[in-house]
Design a protein around this ligand. Structure first.
Ligand code: FES
Ligand SMILES: [Fe+2]
Length: 354
């Protein structure tokens, strides 16, 4: 299933991996319309719960509030007061109303303006835009995502994951905060994802992982909004029901990339959610969050030793960060049988850049 272009295409120019002007363009064209993780659903499960979140840290930087109203409806609202634009809520809380600390404006948990001290006598007030604006919100098992719109629907974006992982007890997964890790990588988010999207490097930089996975049987597929890689082999594998596309195979991991920067890595123990967040053209923060369904399986198979594998990847990616803009580097090619997903990702970025 190799796209014919992969055999001929050249990789993008080094400027993709560090040019500030192009990066600004990418923020607008790629990150603003995207879906971003905003927090665990468990934190906004009770009426009155309010969870501040930044949508797209480092790129979009939109201050949001996820709220659960009296009726249990969960929304993503703007966390910016409609008076002078102050960010209102800085920490998770449980409240009846949202109150701006600057001049006392009050909003319901549905975003409706409820009180505006000092505005008696103001004409044509309040208007619709004096309520808190709403972003789109989507829930997948224990995860909440939000978007400002302009990209795919949540259902379309996530459809391939839902189809493949429907058998897994998604709602039984619980966040394990003690397993959360944030990493800083001195390279473009594109270099980080290029590495994630191919397995050709596994025998060279991940000897431990290579010993667990069966490198001969590498499978991947593309979707309009991302791709899937399937890791086979090892001691810890999924019990896949009849009718599942991989039924009868020893699947150790399903690695989903959802465009542009969300990774959902499913192991028999649960989910490792990775957000690949640019902090500039050539700096990236990688956030790992774990959601566990079967803790007894945490230390076996391809889903163990994730930090070790991450360190090995980061060393390679940072070396690419130092090399890819070199004057004597003339650009590369795609290994047809291994780098179809890297090509697919680049095609997607190029289309979003217009
Ligand atoms: S900025 Fe919120 S009330 Fe003035
Ligand atoms: Fe790797």
């Amino acid at each position: 299933m190799i796209h014919e272009d992969v055999r001929r295409a050249a990789t993008p120019p080094g400027s993709w991996y560090g040019d500030p002007e192009l990066f600004r363009h990418m923020v607008e064209g790629v990150f603003v319309p995207a879906w971003h993780y905003v927090g665990p659903a468990a934190q906004v499960a009770t009426p009155g719960d309010v969870l501040p979140a930044v949508l797209g840290p480092g790129t979009v930087d939109e201050p949001l509030l996820v709220t659960c109203d009296e009726a249990g409806e969960v929304r993503a609202l703007s966390n910016v007061c409609t008076h002078r634009g102050m960010v209102m809520i800085e920490a998770p809380c449980r409240v009846r109303n949202l109150r701006c600390g600057y001049h006392g404006r009050r909003f319901g948990l549905d975003g409706r303006l409820k009180g505006a001290p000092g505005f008696e006598g103001a004409e044509d007030f309040p208007r619709e835009q004096d309520n808190l604006q709403q972003a789109r919100l989507g829930r997948f098992g224990p995860l909440l995502f939000a978007s400002l719109g302009g990209g795919p629907t949540f259902e379309d974006w996530l459809a391939p994951v839902v189809a493949r992982m429907g058998f897994y007890p998604l709602d039984a997964m619980q966040e394990a905060p003690e397993r959360a890790r944030d990493f800083e990588v001195a390279a473009s988010f594109i270099a980080y994802l290029d590495n994630y999207l191919e397995g050709l490097h596994i025998p060279y930089i991940h000897p431990g992982l290579a010993a667990v996975l069966d490198g001969q049987d590498y499978r991947y597929e593309t979707f309009p909004q991302g791709s899937l890689q399937i890791g086979l082999g090892g001691d810890s594998v999924f019990e896949l029901p009849e009718g599942h596309p991989e039924h009868g195979h020893r699947v150790a991991a399903f690695y989903f990339h959802l465009f542009p920067n969300v990774l959902l890595n499913f192991y028999p123990w649960g989910l490792s959610l990775n957000m690949i967040e640019p902090r500039g053209p050539d700096r990236t923060v990688v956030r790992f969050r774990s959601f566990v369904a079967r803790p007894e399986l945490l230390e076996v198979g391809a889903g163990a030793e994730l930090v070790q594998v991450e360190m090995e990847d980061e060393a390679a990616v940072e070396a690419v960060g130092r090399g890819i803009r070199a004057r004597l580097y003339r650009g590369g090619r795609y290994a047809p049988a291994h780098e179809g997903l890297v090509h697919h990702f680049h095609q997607h970025l190029a289309a979003a850049l217009g």
